[in-house]
Each structure stands twice: as structure tokens, then as C-alpha cells.
Write a protein that binds this ligand. Structure first.
Ligand code: SAM
Length: 226
């Protein structure tokens, strides 16, 4: 065994297979051919869709309710979702098929790896990372997705003027996001579109509700690719 094989990448997730409901399992089997893609497909994101349109990527979409809502609300855009938790993928596939939407593609792969190695420069128009795993213990902070190398990769794949949207319910992660994004030369802070204090470009997510139940605050950030 060579030395290189001892190197294990630091991942932002632990793969938990979880239990699939019968509906999720059925959706994975029946709908994956239509909505699913693999790393090869993500080498040319525009070619995944029949019609050319700006592409929004949501990373770690969880149960997929926000991504489904956005894909329905913006038929003039294309959407890609990346999520390693298969029950969430199954749930979103079922919802997408039921709604009959045609502007969505999904992959059950590590977003950090795809951004680094696969997705081509300037191929995406907006990237959403909503309530990423907080990894709140200090010794786990290195697993947090939003770090300088991630921001470098996102800056490469996004088009000039494109949007990076972040949200978290963990105050120290919010401070960290603000610090690393604020210090990064590719990103300029922008206003989050709100109505009555609530963001209008996303719905309330499952993990946001969980955070609110625990008495957490919610921090939303928007950055534009300069
Ligand atoms: C805390 S949950 C938030 C889910 C959802 N966005 C919400 O707000 O309810 C974070 C999700 O990100 C996914 N995730 C973490 N790292 C990922 C990665 N590198 N690639 C794809 N998904 C990832 C996890 O599987 C998990 O479902």
C-alpha cells in the first residue's frame, strides 16, 4: 500500500444511509433516470437540460422542499441539487415527478469534490448553501463546508455577477462565514432580498425550523461574484 492511500479527505458529511420510505425507494427507482445525473453529466451542466437558462445549484438540499419550491416558482431557470443523503434525494424525486417539473437535475455526490474537480468554470449562475452541517465542536470545524478553498472553487464555477447565498442558525458559523467571505477577493457582500424581514428567495427549511425550536437565531448572507 502506497503512502497516498493513507490520505483520507476531510468531508463535510458522514454518509448515513437512513431508512427509505417505500415512496422514496420507488421514486429513486422510477424517477432517477429522468432527474438523476452523475459526475460525468456535471462536466457540462448546461447540456443536462433541454433548454438553455441560468442555472441555480443548491448544495445539501436536505429534504428538498426549498429546491422543489424554487424550481416550481422559476420555470425560466434551471436547477441542480446535490445531496448525499439518499432519503432526501428520494423525497425530492417524488415531489418533482408529482409536480411534473422539467428544470431540475440531481446528483447524490459530494458537492465539495464536484466543485473542485468536475464542474467547469463559469457554468453556474447562483449557488445556495442553506443551513450546512454546523460541525460546532472546535475539533470538527475543519469539516465545515464554507471555508476558503470552497469559496475559491465556487468563485471559479460561478459566472461574473453570480450569487452565493448562505444561511445558518449557528452564530459562530455565521461569524465564520462573514469573516471568510468578507476577506475573499472574489466576493462582495450584497443585500438578501427580504419581505417583512424574511428572505423571499428561499422558503423556511427543515433545519431552520429545528434551529428555531432550539432557540437559535437565523443568519442569511448574499455575496456577488465580482
Ligand atoms: C444540516 S442539513 C441541512 C439540509 C437543508 N438545507 C435544510 O436546511 O433543511 C445539511 C445537509 O447537507 C448535506 N451535505 C453535507 N455535506 C455535503 C456535501 N459535501 N455534498 C452534498 N451534500 C452535503 C447533508 O447530507 C445534509 O443533508
Amino acid at each position: 500500500m502506497g503512502a497516498a492511500s493513507h490520505h483520507r479527505p476531510i468531508r463535510s458529511f458522514v454518509r448515513r444511509e437512513g431508512r427509505l420510505t417505500s415512496g422514496q425507494a420507488r421514486a429513486l427507482e422510477q424517477q432517477w433516470p429522468h432527474y438523476g445525473t452523475d459526475a460525468r453529466g456535471l462536466r457540462d451542466p448546461a447540456a443536462l437540460f433541454a433548454r438553455q437558462a441560468p442555472i441555480t445549484l443548491e448544495i445539501g438540499f436536505g429534504d428538498g422542499d426549498n429546491l422543489l419550491a424554487q424550481a416550481k416558482a422559476h420555470p425560466d431557470r434551471n436547477f441542480i441539487g446535490l445531496e448525499v443523503h439518499r432519503p432526501g434525494v428520494g423525497r425530492l424525486l417524488a415531489g418533482a415527478a408529482e409536480a411534473g417539473i422539467d428544470n431540475l437535475k440531481l446528483a447524490d455526490l459530494d458537492a465539495a469534490e464536484l466543485l473542485r474537480d468536475t464542474i467547469p468554470p463559469q457554468s453556474l449562475n447562483a449557488i445556495y448553501v442553506l443551513f450546512p452541517d454546523p460541525w460546532h465542536k472546535a475539533r470538527h470545524h475543519k469539516r465545515r463546508l464554507v471555508q476558503e478553498p470552497f469559496l475559491d472553487d465556487v468563485a471559479r464555477v460561478i459566472q461574473p455577477g453570480g450569487l452565493l447565498r448562505l444561511a445558518t442558525d449557528w452564530e459562530d458559523y455565521a461569524e465564520h462565514m462573514q469573516a471568510v467571505c468578507g476577506a475573499h477577493p472574489a466576493w462582495q457582500g450584497a443585500d438578501v432580498p427580504t419581505d417583512d424581514g424574511a428572505p423571499v428567495d428561499r422558503i423556511q427549511t427543515k433545519f431552520e425550523r429545528r434551529g428555531l425550536r432550539l432557540g437559535h437565531g437565523v443568519w442569511d448572507f448574499a455575496y456577488i461574484r465580482v
